[in-house]
Design a binder for this molecule. Structure first.
Ligand code: ZN
Length: 215
């Protein structure tokens, strides 16, 4: 296994829709092994192949306390509701976090590392958020594309995502709320109609395999 360098925002490979994998063979499994090692070295909870410069529809996920796993040719086949995903970050946008609009519920279909079909149903979980994040990557989209018009990225001081999430929750309990931050649930509902439209547009593009990178 090899730790491969992460590509950062501004690298064109992050904006290209990735190609479908035709056969889940040993070459794909070696890629998966490298991706898991690279994700863990970077302390990420997910990584998509374009983030190490490989234009294939392969993602890996490694949630705290869970065994890392891969999804090949993942597709979000159902999504419902919207929410603000506080404290989201991306290994390709290091040092920042934001609160993009995500679905409350997602259903993802994919192949596993052995080429077997799998289906994941997740609701209001970190995995639901990560699934949308990683499937976005193979469609050439980044979480910064999912920010509302009034949302800004927040600069971190070298902390990783999980630390940032915990720190943010503490801050929200005792610090002055920043614009649009509270109450988060009400904001998510109010902005739901507008953002759902944008999501549907992106999905249609993704189904055709030419989302165009979302800008
Ligand atoms: Zn990312």
């Amino acid at each position: 296994m090899t730790i491969r360098p992460i590509r950062y925002l501004g690298d064109p490979v992050l904006r290209l829709p990735a190609r479908r994998v035709r056969t889940v063979d040993d070459g794909v499994r070696r890629l998966i092994d490298d991706m898991i090692e690279s994700m863990e070295a970077a302390q990420g909870v997910g990584l998509a192949a374009p983030q190490i410069g490989v234009g294939l529809r392969v993602v890996v996920l490694g949630l705290p306390g869970k065994k890392p796993f891969a999804l090949v040719n993942p597709e979000v086949v159902e999504r419902a509701g919207t929410r603000r995903a506080e404290g989201e970050g991306c290994l390709s946008v290091p040092g920042y976090r934001g609160a993009p609009t995500r679905s409350e519920r997602v259903v993802v279909e994919a192949l596993d590392a052995h080429g077997e079909a799998i289906r994941l149903e997740e609701q209001d979980s970190l995995l639901a958020q990560a699934l949308e994040h990683e499937v976005d990557h193979v469609n050439g989209l980044l979480y910064v594309d999912r920010l509302g018009p009034d949302e800004r990225l927040t600069k971190l001081d070298g902390r990783d995502w999980s630390e940032a999430r915990a720190a943010e929750q503490e801050q929200e309990q005792d610090a002055a709320p920043r614009a649009g931050a509270a109450p988060a649930r009400a904001d998510a509902r109010e902005s739901g109609g507008r953002d759902a439209g944008a999501d549907e547009g992106a999905d249609e593009g993704a189904d055709e395999g030419d989302s165009g990178g979302g800008g």
